[in-house]
Design a protein around this ligand. Structure first.
Ligand SMILES: C[S@@+](CC[C@H](N)C(=O)[O-])C[C@H]1O[C@@H](n2cnc3c(N)ncnc32)[C@H](O)[C@@H]1O
Length: 222
C-alpha cells in the first residue's frame, strides 16, 4: 500500500526535475526506512529555494550560511549553491549517512562548502551564522527534540541573523483529525513551534509550487 502511494507521488512530482532520478529514488527509499526523520517524500522545489533564500540574497557582503536537514540536496540546496558569492561559506548538516554521502559526491569539491554528517543538536561550531535555512520536518519529530532544536538555533545564529524554515501546509487539518482521536501530541508540538515563531517572526510567505505546498517563515533573532 505504502509503495503504491510512493509510486503515485513519484509520478505527480516527476515534472519538478531539478534533481536526478537516483537522488529522487534515494529520497523515497530513505523515507520508507525513516519516515519520521525524513518527514517528506519528495525534495523541496526550486520555488521553495527562491523563497527561503530571499533574505540572504539581499546581503551583499560575505556571509556564513547553514543549511540544516539537506537531504540528498533539493531545490533549496541548488538555489543556495547557485547564488553563493566568492567569500560566502555554506555549511550543510545532515543526519542521514546515505544523504550525506550523496552530498559529498555532489558538492564535496566546492571549496566554500563544508559537509557535516550528524545530528544538528550535536553540532557546536565556534562560529555563528548569518543565515540558517532549515527544512527539518518539525511536526514529525518528538516535542523534546523541537524544544532543544529551537534553543540550539538561537545559540548558532549571530545577533540579528535570519532563520528561515519551511512548514508544510495542512497542519490545521491534521490537528483537527488528530483531535478526533484524542491525540494531543501534534497540538503540543504546534504550540512550541508557534511560540518560537511568534517570538522572532519577520515575514511568512506561501509556496504553492512545492509538494506538499508550504509556508516559509523568516525569523530575525535579536
Ligand atoms: C523534509 S527532509 C528535507 C530535505 C531537503 N532539505 C528538502 O527540502 O527537500 C528533512 C531532512 O532533515 C534530516 N534530518 C532529520 N533530523 C535531523 C537532525 N536531527 N539533524 C540533521 N538532519 C536531520 C533528514 O534526514 C532529512 O534529510
Amino acid at each position: 500500500m505504502k509503495i503504491k502511494f510512493l509510486l503515485l507521488f513519484m509520478l505527480l512530482t516527476i515534472h519538478n526535475a531539478t534533481y536526478s532520478l537516483s537522488d529522487r529514488l534515494a529520497f523515497y527509499w530513505e523515507h520508507l526506512k525513516k519516515p519520521l526523520q525524513v518527514g517528506s517524500i519528495t525534495p523541496s522545489s526550486q520555488k521553495t529555494g527562491e523563497a527561503i533564500a530571499s533574505y540572504l540574497l539581499k546581503h551583499d557582503g560575505s556571509k556564513e550560511i547553514l543549511e540544516v536537514g539537506v537531504g540528498p540536496g533539493s531545490g533549496i540546496t541548488d538555489f543556495l549553491v547557485a547564488n553563493l558569492q566568492q567569500n560566502d561559506k555554506l555549511t550543510f548538516v545532515e543526519i542521514n549517512p546515505s544523504f550525506a554521502a550523496i552530498l559529498r559526491d555532489k558538492y564535496g569539491h566546492i571549496p566554500n562548502i563544508t559537509i557535516i554528517e550528524g545530528d544538528i543538536l550535536t553540532f557546536n561550531p565556534e562560529k555563528k551564522f548569518d543565515y540558517i535555512i532549515s527544512s527539518l520536518p518539525l511536526t514529525t519529530l518528538p516535542k523534546e527534540f523541537i524544544e532543544q532544536y529551537f534553543e540550539h538555533l538561537e545559540s548558532l545564529i549571530r545577533p540579528y541573523g535570519i532563520i528561515s524554515y519551511i512548514q508544510y501546509m495542512g497542519v490545521s487539518l491534521r490537528m483537527f483529525l488528530s483531535s478526533l482521536f484524542r491525540s494531543k501530541s501534534l497540538k503540543t508540538k504546534m504550540r512550541i513551534i508557534e511560540r518560537f515563531k511568534n517570538k522572532w517572526l519577520l515575514e511568512s510567505t506561501r509556496v504553492f509550487r512545492n509538494m506538499p505546498p508550504t509556508w516559509v517563515h523568516h525569523l530575525q533573532v535579536a
